[in-house]
Design a protein around this ligand. Structure first.
Ligand code: NAD
Length: 305
């Protein structure tokens, strides 16, 4: 099998001053990429901007091993400036890893609006800003690779994380639509839901588990998915401790009610077990797979787009 090389590729990793992002940068640089290491060096809750040190440390490590990297200290909410750093230093961007993130956990009863909004802002709006700025370069050059970082909390929910779960599942939908819009420009977009040792998990998981969860075990999937050779797009992968699996949607066989006066809440109650029955399930990937009548509607819609 040929080597997975990133020679001549420009990679932007947001939130790369530590944790998962740092490992991605080191691995991309080792394989020949020109890397933009973005991080504002903030605290886990995003309360403060710690400054340039976090990104600088990673850049210095890359340079001292003979790699090519530049630091960027912008907030992801100014994602366009991060992409500007890539363009100014390396001429374009080929690969964007939306990785920056914060936590502001609280049970829903205690969740305040600021903590809810800030987490959505950094994860979702940050990914939007960086991706949209990169998108024009991707389209122009007919090449782009994006990874969005979701979380098992966004797929399954997790106590104390309504804000984080909402943001992370938001990124799943964001990526699924980007993948569809990017397909004809050779823009490949996937989502990972990782679990790894970092300052995000160090205080919640016991040491014997953390020992298994090196962030270095996440990087190989991110690199593979963003390589030229990968055309798989719009997919979600759950990844932890060397386990890699794909997640997809499954819909039960369902019930088609007659749209007449017999179609009431009582008829739903009567058939509810059937609605929940997955014996005859399917795995939809497109809006038009939702129902036969959607197929015509969807075709009209795309014809007029
Ligand atoms: P981390 O805290 O080490 O890394 C996040 C980085 O993002 C930090 O270096 C931080 O300074 C930076 N950052 C935060 N806000 C920023 C902003 N506004 N602009 C620029 N940089 C900013 O944690 P990590 O575990 O490496 O997390 C990386 C990503 O993986 C996050 O999106 C996180 O939600 C996600 N994730 C991690 C786990 C896990 O188990 N560690 C699980 C699921 C998802």
């Amino acid at each position: 099998m040929s080597e997975i090389s990133f020679k001549d590729k420009v990679v932007v990793v947001t939130g790369a001053g530590g944790g998962l992002g740092k490992h991605y940068c080191l691995e991309y640089a080792k394989r020949g990429a020109k890397v933009v290491v973005n991080d504002l060096g903030g605290s886990l809750s995003g309360n403060d901007d710690g400054g340039s040190k976090a990104a600088d440390v990673v850049v210095n490590e890359i340079k001292s091993s003979g790699g090519i990297a530049v630091a960027d200290y912008n907030n992801v909410l100014d994602g366009d400036k991060i992409i500007e750093t890539a363009v100014k230093n390396f001429g374009t961007v080929h690969i964007l890893i939306n990785n920056a993130g914060i936590l502001r956990d609280a049970s829903f009863k205690k969740m305040n609006e600021r903590d809810f909004q800030l987490v959505l802002d950094v994860h979702v709006n940050g990914a939007f800003k960086a991706t949209q700025a990169a998108w024009e370069h991707f389209r122009k050059q007919g090449y782009g690779r994006v990874i969005n970082t979701a979380s098992p909390a966004g797929l399954y929910g997790n106590f104390g994380q309504t804000n984080y779960s909402a943001a992370k599942s938001g990124l799943v939908g964001f990526a699924e639509t980007l993948a569809k819009e990017g397909e004809k420009y050779n823009i490949v977009v996937n989502t990972i839901a990782p679990l790894a040792k970092s300052r995000m998990t160090e205080s919640v998981l016991p040491p014997p588990i953390l020992e298994q969860l090196s962030p270095a075990k996440i990087a190989p999937l991110v690199l593979y998915l963003t390589h030229d050779s990968n055309q798989t797009t719009g997919q979600i992968f759950e990844v932890a401790a060397g386990f890699y699996g794909q997640i997809r949607w499954e819909r039960s066989g369902g019930v088609l009610f007659k749209p007449d006066e017999s179609f009431t809440a009582e008829s739903v109650a009567k058939k509810f077990d059937e609605i929940l029955n997955f014996d005859d399930s399917s795995k939809p990937e497109l809006l038009k797979n939702q129902h036969p009548f959607m197929l015509n509607f969807y075709e009209e819609l795309t014809k007029n787009a």
